[in-house]
Design a protein around this ligand. Structure first.
Ligand code: COA
Length: 261
């Protein structure tokens, strides 16, 4: 990735995770075709080598939407290609969790990118919403189905049909973000979540995400198949044995301490 031309997506790889920064601050990180191409390239990498992904925006903005200059020129055939929709589906389907760390505006396609994440956290400056109908289009890159999964039908309908944006306090109250942090603490908070995930078994995390996202009709078969595979994994035996031996060890110590009294 990268090359001589500056990429609208800065990708850093560290501590078993990837941090991707939307980086077009002069255009409030508006999501253009080059950024979509870079997101696809990142997905390709993470599909082959699954790691937790942290998505952030440069310059105090997450993303102020799809690039309206490009959108204005797009026609029906472009809409049918689902340029942003397919990229966001690919991000949502990444094997490991995706964390959106949202400072400032997350509007239109920017909000839809955040909805595609598994976990969303924000800052007090967060403003998130879908003003698309005001531009004469609909939010077709995931909002119409993902937003109601996140905040429920009634709230999603009100937000999408009015185009109203939500600030941090309301976003937290309705579950659109799971926590709010001062700007300086946002990235550390995202890393703390990634650290927490990293302590767990990777295969179990991947299975949990896949099963969590499975359609209702596939449950419980999909859960049981995934569990069957994990029940045979060496890591399950190692982790459970470690737990039991630690318990036995500490029970023995507790017993002998009692006996000594
Ligand atoms: N697409 C393309 N360009 C965008 C953009 C978008 N979604 N959002 C911002 N920009 C550009 C502006 O055109 C401006 O470019 P210029 O400096 O070349 O004129 C630059 O980013 C700065 O934007 P500006 O409006 O001056 O910044 P601001 O900080 O005053 O306001 C916003 C920020 C997000 C409130 C405002 O830019 C905005 O409303 N953006 C559009 C939001 C939207 O409707 N998104 C849905 C798209 S589907």
């Amino acid at each position: 990735m990268g090359g001589a031309q500056s990429s609208p997506l800065i990708v850093e790889r560290a501590d078993g995770r990837v941090i991707a920064t939307l980086d077009r601050p002069a255009k409030r990180n508006a999501i253009d075709q080059a950024m979509i191409d870079a997101l696809h390239a990142l997905c390709e990498e993470l599909e082959h080598d699954p790691r937790t992904l942290i998505l952030v925006g440069a310059g105090g903005v997450f993303a102020a939407g799809a690039d309206i200059a490009e959108l204005r020129e797009r026609r029906a055939a472009d809409a049918l290609r689902g340029i942003n929709a397919h990229a966001f589906v690919r991000i949502a389907e990444l094997p490991m969790p995706v964390i959106a760390a949202i400072d400032g505006y997350a509007l239109g396609g920017g909000a839809e990118l955040a909805y595609a994440a598994d976990i969303r956290i924000g800052t007090p400056d967060l403003v998130i919403g879908n003003p698309e109908t005001g531009l004469g289009i609909l939010a077709a890159a995931g909002a119409s189905w993902r937003l109601k999964e996140i905040v429920g039908d009634a709230r999603a309908a009100e937000l999408l049909l009015t185009g109203r944006s939500v600030k941090a306090e309301e976003a937290l109250r309705i579950g659109l973000v799971s926590s709010v942090h001062d700007t300086a603490d946002l990235l550390p908070a995202a890393h703390a979540i990634a650290d927490r995930i990293a302590r767990n078994d990777r295969a179990a995390t991947i299975a949990t995400k896949r099963v969590f996202r499975a359609p209702r009709a596939e449950h419980p078969a999909v859960d049981l198949d995934a569990q069957a595979a994990l029940f045979e994994s060496p890591e399950k035996f190692r982790r459970m044995t470690e737990f039991l031996e630690r318990r036995v060890g500490s029970n023995d110590r507790a017993g002998s301490e009692k006996g000594e009294r």
